[in-house]
Write a protein that binds this ligand. Sequence first.
Ligand SMILES: [Zn+2]
Ligand SMILES: [Zn+2]
Length: 379
Amino acid sequence: MKKLPLKVPNFIVLTFTPILALLFVPWYGFTVGFDGFELAVFAFYMVATGLAITAGYHRLWSHRAYEAHWSVRLWHAVWGACAMQNSILHWCADHRQHHRFVDDNDRDPYSAPRGFWHSHMGWIIRKQNIYTDDFANVKDLQRDPIVIWQNKYYIPLTVATNVGVPLALGWWHGALWGTLLLAGLLRLVLNHHFTFFINSLAHMWGRQTYTDINTARDNGLIAILTYGEGYHNYHHLFQWDYRNGVRWWQFDPTKWVIRLCAWLGLATQLRRPPAHQIEKARVSMQLKRALAHLEHAPEPDAWRTRLEEAHRQFLVALDEFSRFRQELVLAKEKLQQQLDRDRQEMKKRYAELRTELARRRQAWRQLLAELSGLELARA
Ligand SMILES: [Zn+2]
Ligand SMILES: [Zn+2]
């Protein structure tokens, strides 16, 4: 395939920032050293930019997995610009294209079958034939004024958060370069490559737990580096789930942060598929893998029959159970509504009876008063 021309600004950023980080961070560390303040700013920058990409760019804007208050959107828009992975509009247009045409070398912008280098960063530093700059697949996002604002002021936001704020903090702290090197430079390089791993490594290395119709893999190690995005096989099958790690033991801090926002009233409409759909996908892949290993079994045909029959019965039970659970939920809701209506009616009747009683009591007292008035007059 003929090589396409370089995108020079991207090439410069993605080539020189790692070289500068490799040279200057250890050099400064050994000669001057980093203190607690510089490490704390670095940690904050890592988490803020990392979550802006995962909870903001990815799950909120690309997949609309939940709705977020404007303050959350503004926060992710600012720190997302700091991550220097392009504006929300560009990022989401590419990402939606990736999901729609995953592994299609002519239409997936970071198609993994084109190799590690291309899916990791090659697609960013060379011009591509795959065109998403018309934003045709992100029309919904263009209604969000924060998204439009971030697209318009992307460069100033990037410079301010990557250089301006670290320099200002460093100056205030009394050592100009340490904060810039850690929070500006090293953080930028780490955040870039951790994110890129999702497009490269998470399409090559790991388990196909839920589907094998694409190259996406579940990888717990990548999940640690990417705030939970390593469960990429699950994500490609249930892309609008606000979670990527769905098992209780899976490390998915992005999901916890979204839940925390929901608890604070800053996120609503958290979307997730019914549990039985997830289990069905997982069990079907287990059957596929078991059948593929049958040639090593002593009686493959007998085993095949047993496996297929047990799998069929399992799915029947799963369907029946989930249907009944759905019915139970509906019945509970109906009962609750009936109960609410009955309670309402009884409250109304109680109020009516009490008014009537008060009226009768008043009338009785009036009558007695009238009688005693008569008796007084006669005496
Ligand atoms: Zn992917
Ligand atoms: Zn995605």
